[in-house]
Design a protein around this ligand. Sequence first.
Ligand code: SF4
Length: 321
Amino acid sequence: MTALYEITNLSKRFTVGSRFSRQGKRVVQAVDGVSLSIQPGETLGLVGESGCGKSTLGRCLSRLYEISDGKLVFDGTDISTLSTAQMRPLRRKMQMVFQDPYASLNPRRRVFDLIAEPLRIHLSLPDAEVKSRVAGLLEQVGLLPDHAQRYPHEFSGGQRQRIGIARAIALEPKLVILDEPVSALDVSVQAQIVNLLADLQERLKLTYVFVAHDLSVVRQVSTRIAVMYLGSIVEIGDADSIFDRPSHPYTQALISAVPKPVNSEGRKRIILTGDVPSPINPPSGCRFHPRCPVAQDKCRVDRPTLTVANGRTAACHFPII
Ligand code: SF4
């Protein structure tokens, strides 16, 4: 199958501080040499602790952030260095849904205008057509056509996320990047939004990148899961393998912390010590070695790369296979 999105050696660096500050200018390596293929119709879950670079990677994939290095080939086009104007026709095919729908929806505009905006910008449709499309989109996400005349503050968090989703699917994209789309919502509302996303994916043949820190949600929605640590992917595989037989010690620790249903067979929880190190001054060798319960001397000097062993893909010198 031809990949919808081919990402090769993607890096993103930010410069922080200034030459006038005590520490001077410093470089944060937020995403560090990520390579990935995203297949049409799949949901790729991107997981990791806060600060691991998953949201930055999502924003690089949607080209909201300029990338520092690497190559992005989306739907057969190299978009790595396209300008904002050159990206415009491709924006139709690639949309983003954000964690906080309230922040991403202009509070002074009616829902009708918020959803109509991409239709007007990209498709130049006549008013009657825009009106009927907005009504259809609201219905597709479980809202009423009458809701079009209201303002974002008149809706609950879940309804606002439905508006964000309606806006994202308005142009019939191929790829939707969902950045923590349910983490600001109550658990019962989370389930409704997850079901809506699954339903839309099937009906509209969408491909998703689902960025989240909640592994239970990620397991529910993902075809494959990529686990990130300090800007790099440390393990990638189909969702069941990642959960049932994690290969990388970091993945093991993350999975062991997911609450299990009562009476399910207990896996011992692995408590990681210390925080995620700073991406300004990452550890030598394996970036995970200061926290890894099974680190050995080699880990402190040699940086492992993603390697396939026994059908598992992990960046570890001593994977559990
Ligand atoms: Fe742990 Fe070494 Fe594997 Fe890194 S390479 S995860 S330190 S065992």
